[in-house]
Design a protein around this ligand. Structure first.
Ligand code: ZN
Length: 349
């Protein structure tokens, strides 16, 4: 590499120490490279000039010393590659040493980019879902409830056949639990009874606060403590917006972006208001555990025995097996774990 006058003009005054080699001989001597008002010189330890003028060649070794040739006779090496570079002028092919200098910053930039990609992959959909939830007007959520309940009534459910006494008993429990549950985010919690054989002994909640209890649940578990635990659990799905979360997660990213942009088109209205999409969705394990915790606190606050919920799951396990064709069981990794956690929580109330 040859240095041109531009590069030399950028050079600064100073000195670096190293060793000089006379090319004919193999011995090395202590030497310094110095630039002052008189120009660039290679000097020996006694201050005698070995060579005056710019180097004829510069070799950079990654992370190591620089090797500079002066005329036909001298070679100079130094550990202070950066210092030597300042004296002889910044080299145009210095990208390698630049890269070395930038190393920590480059690593931080790369790490930040990877973190960004990871965040979008892991939380991007969740962020979109939460954005859509926060921007959904309460009236829409109420309409989602009415639309889905209507669709399920047409396709999946029949009117209740429970006795008035059974309904009154459950309604009393519901009122107690509702009074101690976290506030409903959209309107009120409302109880409905339905004969819904496709889900067996069960209860479910729609995003706006509609809670449906099946005939089979009341017939097989006419225990107020168990019912209180289940109703507390369902109300928690509403208060924590689990149901709306699951519904929005099932939508495409395109629809979510359109919702956030305020463009609730006819397709979306079909999906949200006319469909029975909610009937086929199940909660995540995280949501189930969250609803268990809040439900236990609620039923305890309402004066019921929260440990009864564990009894309910134990009975379900015996009837349906631990893998569960019943969706109370299939939504959780291990029913045994769930029962143990509920018992622990109940004991702490
Ligand atoms: Zn649940």
């Amino acid at each position: 590499m040859t240095l041109d006058s531009d590069q030399l003009a950028q050079a600064t005054y100073g000195e670096v120490f190293g060793h000089a080699y006379e090319k004919r001989l193999s011995t090395q001597i202590s030497a310094r490279l110095v630039r002052d008002a008189n120009g660039l010189r290679l000097e020996n330890a006694d201050g005698e000039t070995l060579y005056a003028g710019p180097p004829s060649n510069v070799e950079r070794i990654s992370g190591g010393p620089s090797l500079l040739s002066f005329g036909a006779q001298w070679t100079f090496d130094t550990e202070d590659a950066k210092g030597a570079e300042l004296l002889i002028g910044r080299a145009k092919d210095g990208w390698l040493s630049d890269l070395e200098t930038w190393h920590p910053r480059l690593l931080i930039v790369i790490a930040a980019c990877l973190l960004g990609v990871f965040a979008i992959w892991k939380w991007g959909l969740d962020l979109l879902v939460w954005g859509a939830i926060l921007l959904t007007p309460p009236a829409i959520v109420t309409a989602i409830d009415a639309g889905n309940l209507g669709a399920m009534d047409r396709i999946l459910m029949d009117p209740t056949e429970l006795s008035q006494a059974d309904k009154d008993m459950v309604r009393d429990v519901f009122e107690d639990v509702r009074a101690h549950a976290p506030e409903a985010p959209y309107g009120e919690y409302t109880l409905y009874f339905r004969k819904a054989d496709f889900i067996g002994p069960n209860a479910f909640a729609l995003p706006g606060g509609t809670v449906v209890v099946t005939d089979a649940l009341v017939e097989e578990f006419p225990d107020q403590d168990i019912l209180a635990g289940i109703l507390g659990h369902e109300l928690a799905h509403v208060s924590e917006r689990h149901s709306l979360h699951q519904l929005y997660r099932s939508l495409s990213i395109y629809v979510l972006v359109a919702m956030i942009a305020g463009d609730v088109g006819p397709v979306l209205e079909d999906v949200l208001l006319e469909g029975s999409a909610l009937a086929s969705l199940s909660y995540s394990r995280k949501h189930e555990s969250e609803a268990d915790v809040i439900g236990i606190e609620t039923s305890h606050a309402a004066g019921y025995d929260p440990a009864a919920l564990a009894e309910f799951f134990e009975t379900l396990s015996e009837d349906f097996g631990d893998t569960g064709s019943n969706d109370w069981l299939s939504t959780h990794p291990s029913n045994a774990d769930r029962i143990r956690i509920i018992k622990d929580l109940a004991a702490k109330q």
